[in-house]
Write a protein that binds this ligand. Structure first.
Ligand code: BG6
Length: 520
């Protein structure tokens, strides 16, 4: 039975949190970086907030030979490194529930051993209700693991206990194009029903991304103006200062379109532009998201250069430090054309959004870390201040700042004290940090709890993934066939000429990345 945990703070009077029932978590790729840095740390946070049942346990599976003690030691270290609220009792109680099994993912015997181990641990911890299988492995292993889980009887609930809920969590990237995503979906659906599959896009777990739906649909003042009558255009930006870190092996065959566009960028777009679902329940929300994705105008047959641009960073300076260009990064092919920046202009063909451009851009090694959605409203229809020289008034802009300083700001024109006609743009700011003193929960904390509770709202459904890939297909195809050099931009720069042209051709400008922070 799931229990609803009431929250304590007065500010949170409209809160409800569902604690997970008795659960076991099997992580494939348990010795890897993601498991150590993100998964176990966030599972620990849930545990220490009493959101997990005390019978909970984790079985880590991986290729590396580790004992239970090694696995526990590593987990403890990363929890100590990455968690602020640490109680030694909680830490001991948590790590004593961690177990490890090594084996070869291609060997069916590994899965038989997992099954036997689970039976032993279920009995020891008295957990029979729910099992979460988490794929934290490189994508080429997804199909192998899923097929083996199916053959071992670890996918279908009836084979390991009729009451048991089994859920499969799949990390991104989900495929590398439409065809591979369809193949992967087909493979998984042989063993798991869609209701068991949790495709992760960690952006959906971010507090400020979740807030988009609350802001839009828990207030009356935004919806009447949230349309083509009032909105001039929307800019969605994910700018990063980091390069590809140690991930050349993956990134060089992915690039910004696959790594960020198909998932995080399009997911943010759907939340900003979708219609109101009839209820905040998984399939109602996901139906609306898919409907919106389907109404994005296809770029098939369009003159693509007018709608998208790619770039690759060259050497430069970030925060006063010299950084290498993409082609000099370890593990990158010396003649690689992989894009580290991508921008696109999209239109949504429906009554709400007809003719409103959505400009999306994302890039690595840019001037600042900045994730935001900026909604620029139309100019005033007529300026009564024109007679005194104020004929061009800046538009109102509503900014949903997702990172690094989460908040919302609305800019408007106001009179300045002093001379009779003196006006300037003011920002009305709300910052999460200033209002909520508690540490912002990490995206993985939200998503891990949701998959243990069985709430799929913040996970992408099969049709969502496939429509997103279909939308990108013309660009991916054209980019793969194109043999020309990608545009180069200087690491640490705000933008570059070709990216600017995409938006300036419409008489608009990208928002600046380096701007004053929203003050708490
Ligand atoms: C990941 C991408 O999904 O998101 C990375 O694979 C990227 O390349 C990261 O750096 C950005 O996430 P965040 O939460 O730091 O904005």
């Amino acid at each position: 039975m799931q229990k609803i945990k009431p929250l304590v703070s007065k500010r949170d009077i409209l809160c409800a949190e569902t604690a997970a029932g008795p659960n076991s978590l099997v992580v494939f790729g348990a010795s890897g970086d993601l498991t150590q840095r993100k998964l176990l740390v966030n599972v620990f946070k849930l545990f220490s907030q009493d959101l997990l049942d005390k019978r909970f346990y984790v079985l880590g599976c991986g290729r590396k030979r580790l004992s239970d003690e090694d696995f526990r030691g590593r987990a403890e270290q990363s929890i100590r490194d990455n968690s602020n609220f640490l109680s030694p009792d909680d830490l001991d109680a948590f790590t004593s529930r961690l177990y490890y099994l090594d084996g070869d993912y291609n060997d069916p015997d590994f899965y038989r051993r997992i099954k036997t181990k689970l039976a032993e641990l279920d009995e020891k911890h008295n957990v029979y209700e729910s099992l979460v299988l988490y794929l934290s492995v490189p994508p080429f292993l997804y199909a192998t693991i899923v097929e083996n889980l199916g053959s071992a009887g670890l996918a279908c609930p009836n084979e390991i206990g009729s009451e048991r809920q089994i859920r499969l969590v799949v990390e991104k990237p989900f495929g590398k194009d439409l065809q591979s995503a369809v193949e992967l979906n087909n493979c998984i659906s042989h063993c798991f029903d869609e209701s068991q599959i949790y495709r992760i896009d960690h952006y959906l777990g971010k507090e400020t991304v979740q807030n988009i739906l609350m802001l839009r649909f828990a207030n009356t003042i935004f919806e009447p103006i949230w349309n083509r009558n009032y909105i001039d255009h929307v800019q969605i930006t994910i700018a990063e200062t980091v390069g590809i870190e140690h991930r050349a092996g993956y990134y060089d065959s992915a690039g910004a379109l696959r790594d960020m566009f198909q998932n995080h960028m399009l997911q943010m777009l759907t939340l900003v532009a979708m219609e109101a679902p009839i209820s905040f329940e998984a399939d109602y929300v996901r139906d609306e998201k898919v409907k919106l994705l389907r109404s994005i105008r296809s770029l098939d047959g369009e003159k693509l250069n007018d709608f998208w641009v790619a770039g690759q960073y060259g050497p430069g300076r970030i925060n006063g430090k010299e950084v290498k260009g993409y082609l000099e990064e370890t593990g990158v092919r010396p003649d690689s054309r992989t894009e580290t920046f991508a921008a696109a202009k999209l239109f949504i063909d429906n009554w709400r959004w007809q003719d409103v451009p959505f400009y999306l851009r994302t890039g690595k090694r840019l001037a600042a870390k900045d994730t935001e959605i900026a909604i620029t409203f139309k100019d005033v229809p007529y300026s009564m201040f024109a007679s005194v020289g104020l004929d061009e008034l800046p538009p109102n802009i509503l900014v949903l700042q997702i990172q690094p300083k989460e908040g919302i700001s609305l800019s408007f024109q106001a009179k300045r004290p002093g001379s009779k006609i003196c006006m300037s743009t003011l920002d009305m700011n709300f910052s999460y940090e200033g209002v909520f003193s508690a540490e912002m929960p990490e995206a993985y904390q939200r998503l891990l709890l949701d998959c243990m509770v069985g709430d799929q709202t913040l996970f992408t459904r099969q049709d969502d993934v496939e429509v997103s890939w279909r939308l990108l297909a013309p660009i991916l195809q054209a980019w793969e066939q194109d043999k020309s050099e990608p545009c180069k931009y200087v690491a640490g720069g705000e933008s570059f000429a070709e990216a600017d042209r995409l938006i300036e051709a419409d008489g608009r400008k990208w928002r600046k990345l380096l701007k004053p922070e929203i003050s708490p």
